[in-house]
Write a protein that binds this ligand. Structure first.
Ligand code: SF4
Length: 256
């Protein structure tokens, strides 16, 4: 059983697969507290009985029914099947941090793949031991880079955890397609950004890196200027061959 927030159909708004249509399974809970987190409903919940998750009634309808928490594998699979009556590219496991539910994922992922749907994992890249338990079933890994100056949260061993995470993804038998996203704040620190770019250049130089200006949310009132973003692009592109600047598409299009 796992605690969910929602299951819905939308387009992927970030990084390398931007624009593809996916079924999103959003898990509750995260090991981080990024200042600008745009999924605060995954971080804390009111005291008392567990709130139900919500399940979109028809793909793209924006209307939801409730799904009692915690949800079992059959419950998630039923939701995915219901939405997959129009073609989808893949199922995005997102959150929160979906790898916090790794025991559940070990059973859920094969069940979803049995429906013919590939698996796309969105992750903050800070739980390498959890990744090692499911990596050989994944098709895509969309990994965030989390320099503390961009999250507003001190995390002393972030680089070391990222390094282990990337190594596990790269050394796995299945070798899921790995790519990176870095949400850039107005306070991004040059030394931390350089370290993040160096890490990707050293461990996964053939993978793409998408730099995404933070979308103001919560305590964060403004993002970096375009001039600043171009400066970060330049610093990254001297080390990596595929560096892009892309804002969150689903926010621009005002969809889920
Ligand atoms: S890692 Fe993602 S879900 Fe977790 S706090 Fe940061 S932005 Fe929110």
């Amino acid at each position: 059983m796992a605690r969910l927030v929602e299951i819905f159909s939308s387009i992927q708004g970030e990084a390398e697969l931007v624009g593809v249509r996916q079924i999103f399974v959003r898990f509750f809970g995260c090991n981080m507290r990024c200042e600008w987190c745009d999924s605060p409903e995954t971080l804390t919940a009111p005291r008392g009985p567990l709130l139900p998750a919500r399940l979109e009634e028809r793909p793209g309808s924006g209307r939801f029914t409730r799904l009692d928490n915690p949800v079992d594998v059959a419950g998630v699979l039923g939701g995915v099947r219901r939405l997959n009556d129009v073609p989808h590219h893949s199922v995005s496991l997102t959150g929160g941090e979906p790898l916090l539910h790794v025991e559940f994922l070990e059973r859920l992922i094969p069940a979803i793949q049995g429906e013919g749907l590939p698996i796309y994992l969105e992750t903050n890249g800070l739980l390498p031991d959890h990744l090692s338990r499911v990596v050989d079933r994944l098709d895509w890994v969309a990994m965030d880079l989390k320099p503390p100056s961009c999250t507003g949260q001190p995390w002393p061993n972030w680089l070391e955890l990222h390094r282990r995470f990337i190594t596990i993804a790269r050394d796995s038998e299945r070798r899921p397609r790995l790519f990176f996203k870095l949400i850039v704040s107005a306070d991004a620190d040059r030394q931390e950004m350089r370290s993040a770019f160096d890490l990707v250049a050293e461990t996964a130089p053939d993978c793409s890196l998408t730099l995404q200006p933070v979308t103001p949310f919560g305590r964060v009132r403004s993002g970096p200027s375009m001039e600043a973003m171009l400066g970060w692009h330049e610093l990254a592109a001297t080390r990596l061959r595929d560096v892009r600047i892309v804002p969150q598409l689903h926010k621009l299009m005002n969809v889920l």
